[in-house]
Every structure is written in structure tokens, then in C-alpha cells.
Design a protein around this ligand. Structure first.
Ligand SMILES: NC(=O)c1ccc[n+]([C@@H]2O[C@H](COP(=O)([O-])OP(=O)(O)OC[C@H]3O[C@@H](n4cnc5c(N)ncnc54)[C@H](O)[C@@H]3O)[C@@H](O)[C@H]2O)c1
Length: 475
């Protein structure tokens, strides 16, 4: 009874960190409850809960620690352990953290060892005993702690998102000075990846490249690419550099082939030679599927590209599959819908938002070909970046559509722009261009299932952000 009183007093009068655990002796093993707060990588990893369970069990067994019970939630891992008497509880916890981090690391290709330190961010320990005397305080304080963690969940999630993955891996972003590439680079740097950009600045701008990224003004067809790979030793490659203008590809198919196929092959060959863990290829949906009757279009739909640009993007996907089959190079190809947002190059593949926003801000007239009822699938660049980073952490090999799954007409785009600028925009209607696709939208159920991704920014919000950006750069 005296023991219970002391225990309760200690518990309520001081921080648990200061308890002399070794003195709370009851049977041949001491029992303890531990709460570990996982970083983003562990959270993603824990989606495979069986593997995580095995890893925690193995890490504990190495030091004779038994797991009595365990529970993983979105914000913490709660382990109830029994550990040998001759072991200090802090050492036991350190061992569990270190050994499980190492095991998780080795199960995740491309994550560097330093990251292990951050894998489990917070911990809490409480001792229980053979006769469950201390359950009184455990139930109370553990529940309090769990409540506290739940309350802090959003904040912790934010911290982990921005700082939890410290210098996890080194990434190359080809085309990183361009519209999508530079937005991707910003986000990768925010999430503590080490980033190298290769871009020949044909449409990209050096001022879009985050100063924390290393920049090489080099063409993807250049032999210098091999030197860069040898020097930098990338874990991951995001391949975005491309000739993206469909009309130019029609005018000069050989030039498009040179950049979009041969340039890509130069990057891919170097991935092979330098053991890159994964290549993330930014491909295209609309230009690869061509005119389809299935809307929204699924990845399984027949590919019927109607331009050299579409043919070359598809060709490179086939090369990726070949390199995967023959050399084991992991890849995911993201087939994007019509991307829009800040920094979009006006001459781009799907530049209608960029052009109309530019015109609206500059007070110029916008031209609508046809009656404005043609539809496209407009996806915000921030959502695309999120998909690309998520795709890095899956072992899925193949193609994934990234779009909203919704059709938006050109008239709806103009209305969203008018709403954002607060006045009607000046527009004219010209005859439809022959051969233009009437409708387009990508089915995104695979992205939802495999990446846990969904578009978060709707057209209204996305256009507002794009206009704010356009005004800020005073184009
Ligand atoms: N914007 C869209 O709606 C859309 C849709 C589907 C797919 N994509 C794909 O997304 C990727 C990025 O497109 P974006 O919209 O950001 O266009 P972008 O023109 O802004 O970006 C392409 C970047 O690649 C660089 N580049 C071009 N040729 C190069 C070469 N030979 N060597 C090195 N760098 C080179 C350019 O300077 C530019 O910075 C492309 O692969 C494109 O095919 C874009």
C-alpha cells in the first residue's frame, strides 16, 4: 500500500522523465508503456502494418524485450513492453527507436541513414508493474497524454511534414526551372530533400529555381549529364524537361523526338549506370489517349496519340517499362491532365488558363475558338506536385493519371477568371481549330487508391492563386 501511495505521489508531483525507473521493481521483467510519435516516412511505411509489426518485434527481440501489446494510430505508436531487469528503460527505448529506424530504412530504398534520428520524434514512458498497481496512474496519465497528442495532432503533422524528413534523399529535377518543375523543387526543399536542377532554360527561368537547389544550365541531351550523375549521386530523379508545345512537335517531329525521347534516354541510361532508386516521369494524359469516348479516361484505355508530342511521351513510357523489366529501374509515370497555376509558361501545352489570366491582368482580349463548350480537365500545379512527391514513396510501377476527373469548359474558366478579377474579361469568338479534341478528363481512381492522392484545390481557388501570382509579377 505504501508503494502505491509513493507511486501515485511521484506520478502526480513530477515529470515522468525524472522517475528513477530502476527502483520500480516488481517481477523478473519490468513493464513499460511507451509512446513514440512517428515521422512522415514511418507513417507512410506503417500503411503496411504487418511489416511494421514484424520490424518492431524484431527490434525488441534483439535485446530480450517483449511486446505485450501495441497500437499504431495516425499520430502515435503505443507499445506496452516487458524489458529485462538489468536494462535501463531509457536504453531499451533508445534501442527500439534506433533498431526499428534502421530496419525501416533498409526496407525503404533511397532514404539516407541520417534520417533515422528523426524517425521517432517524441516519446513518453510510464512504468507499470506485476500487480498492476500503477495502472491507476497509467490509465490516467496515458489517456491524458493520448488526448494531448490528439490535440496536438495537426501541429505535429505540420512539423513532421515540414521538418520530419531531414535531408532524406538527393533528387534531380530535370526541367526544374520550368512551370511544374520549379513548383516541385520548392516543395521538395521545403520538405528537406536535397535538390539538384538541370534545365537548359529554353522555356524555364533561372529566377524560378530556389537558391537552395544546385542549378546546372545543361541540356538533357548533353554528355555533361553523365558527369552530373557521377558527381551528385542521386537517389531519385524527377524527369520533367521536355519540349511541351504540341504545335511545335507537329511542325518539327524530329526535334521533339530528340528532346522527349533521346534526351529522356540520356537521363534514363544514367539512372541505370548510377543506380538511381526511382525515376518519376512526368508524362501526359490527353496527348497520349487522343480522342476518346470514355470520359473520364482510365489508364487502361487504348493509347491513340494524335501528335508527335503524344507519341514521344508514350514512347518514353515504353522505354521506362523496358528498363524496368531488363535492368530493374523503378519508375512511375504520371499522366497529367491540363495543369495550371503560378509560373506557367504561356506557350505551354495547356496554356489556356495562363493566357487568359495574363490577358485579364494586362487588360487584353482573349480568343475563344468555337463556342467555349469544349472541355478539359484542369488540375492545379500544387496538387500535381503533391502527387509527384507521393509517387516517389510507392513501389508502384506503371502509369497513373493525375487529374480532377471533372470536365471544365472554357466558358467556365473565363467565368472563374471574371469572378477573381471582379469584372468581365474582354473576349472574342473565332472559328474552332480543326482536329481539336472536344472533351477531355482523366479518371483519377488509381491515384486515389495507390497514392492516397486527391485534388485539393478547386478551379475557383486555383484561378484566384494564379491571378494573385500574375498580378505580383506584373506580367
Ligand atoms: N503543363 C501541362 O499542362 C502539362 C500537361 C501534361 C504534361 N506536362 C509535362 O510536364 C513537364 C513540365 O512541363 P511544364 O508545363 O512545366 O513546361 P515548362 O516548359 O515550363 O517546363 C519544361 C522545362 O524543361 C526545360 N527544358 C526543355 N527542353 C530541355 C532540354 N533539352 N534540356 C534541359 N531542359 C529542357 C525548359 O527550359 C523548362 O524549364 C513536361 O514534361 C510536360 O510534358 C505538362
Amino acid at each position: 500500500m505504501t508503494f502505491l501511495v509513493i507511486l501515485v505521489n511521484i506520478t502526480y508531483s513530477m515529470s515522468l522523465e525524472n522517475i528513477d525507473y530502476q527502483k520500480l521493481i516488481t517481477n523478473d521483467k519490468y513493464e513499460a508503456n511507451i509512446i513514440l510519435t512517428p515521422c512522415q516516412t514511418v507513417l507512410r511505411f506503417s500503411e503496411n502494418s504487418d511489416q511494421l509489426k514484424e520490424i518492431m518485434k524484431a527490434a525488441c527481440q534483439e535485446k530480450g524485450i517483449d511486446i505485450v501489446s501495441g497500437k499504431m494510430t495516425a499520430s502515435y505508436l503505443h507499445l506496452f513492453i516487458a524489458y529485462p531487469r538489468n536494462m535501463d528503460i531509457k536504453k531499451a527505448v533508445e534501442h527500439i527507436k534506433k533498431s526499428s529506424s534502421e530496419k525501416i530504412l533498409s526496407a525503404l530504398p533511397g532514404i539516407t541513414a541520417e534520417a533515422g534520428e528523426d524517425f521517432w520524434d517524441e516519446e513518453y514512458m510510464a512504468i507499470t508493474s506485476e500487480n498492476n498497481l500503477s495502472d491507476i496512474f497509467l490509465n490516467d496519465t496515458m489517456n491524458n497524454y493520448i488526448r494531448y497528442v490528439e490535440e496536438k495532432k495537426n501541429k505535429i503533422g505540420e512539423i513532421l511534414k515540414n521538418g520530419g524528413m531531414r535531408n532524406l534523399a538527393k533528387c534531380l529535377v530535370t526541367g526544374g526551372a520550368g512551370f511544374i518543375g520549379s513548383n516541385l523543387v520548392d516543395e521538395l526543399i521545403k520538405r528537406k530533400y536535397e535538390v539538384v536542377v538541370v534545365d537548359n532554360l529554353s522555356t524555364g527561368k533561372v529566377e524560378y529555381v530556389d537558391p537552395q537547389a544546385k542549378f546546372y544550365k545543361v541540356d538533357i541531351n548533353s554528355e555533361k549529364i553523365a558527369d552530373i550523375f557521377a558527381r551528385e549521386k542521386f537517389d531519385f530523379v524527377f524527369h520533367l524537361a521536355a519540349q511541351i508545345d504540341v504545335r511545335k512537335s507537329v511542325e518539327n517531329p524530329a526535334e521533339d523526338n530528340k528532346i522527349n525521347v533521346l534526351g529522356g534516354l540520356n537521363v534514363l541510361e544514367n539512372c541505370r549506370k548510377h543506380n538511381v532508386k526511382k525515376l518519376l516521369f512526368v508524362s501526359t494524359g490527353g496527348a497520349i489517349y487522343g480522342d476518346t469516348e470514355q470520359i473520364p479516361t482510365k489508364e487502361s484505355h487504348e493509347e491513340m496519340p494524335l501528335s508527335p508530342y503524344g507519341i514521344h511521351k508514350l514512347t518514353f513510357e515504353k522505354y521506362l517499362n523496358y528498363y524496368y523489366k531488363v535492368y530493374g529501374i523503378n519508375y512511375t509515370a504520371l499522366r497529367l491532365a491540363n495543369v495550371y497555376g503560378p509560373r506557367q509558361f504561356k506557350g505551354g501545352e495547356a496554356g489556356v488558363v495562363a493566357i487568359f489570366v495574363d490577358n485579364a491582368v494586362a487588360g487584353k482580349k482573349s480568343t475563344i475558338f468555337g463556342d467555349g463548350t469544349k472541355t478539359r480537365d484542369f488540375v492545379y500545379v500544387g496538387d500535381v506536385v503533391e502527387a509527384a512527391i507521393s509517387a516517389l514513396h510507392t513501389d508502384f510501377i506503371g502509369k497513373i493519371n493525375i487529374g480532377t476527373g471533372k470536365e471544365t469548359s472554357i466558358l467556365e474558366v473565363t467565368r472563374a477568371i471574371e469572378e477573381a478579377v471582379g469584372k468581365p474579361i474582354d473576349k472574342e469568338y473565332l472559328d474552332d481549330k480543326p482536329g481539336e479534341q472536344r472533351r477531355s478528363s482523366l479518371d483519377n481512381s488509381r491515384a486515389r487508391e495507390i497514392l492516397g492522392w486527391e485534388p485539393r484545390v478547386n478551379l475557383k481557388e486555383g484561378i484566384k492563386k494564379t491571378i494573385e501570382w500574375a498580378k505580383s509579377v506584373n506580367i
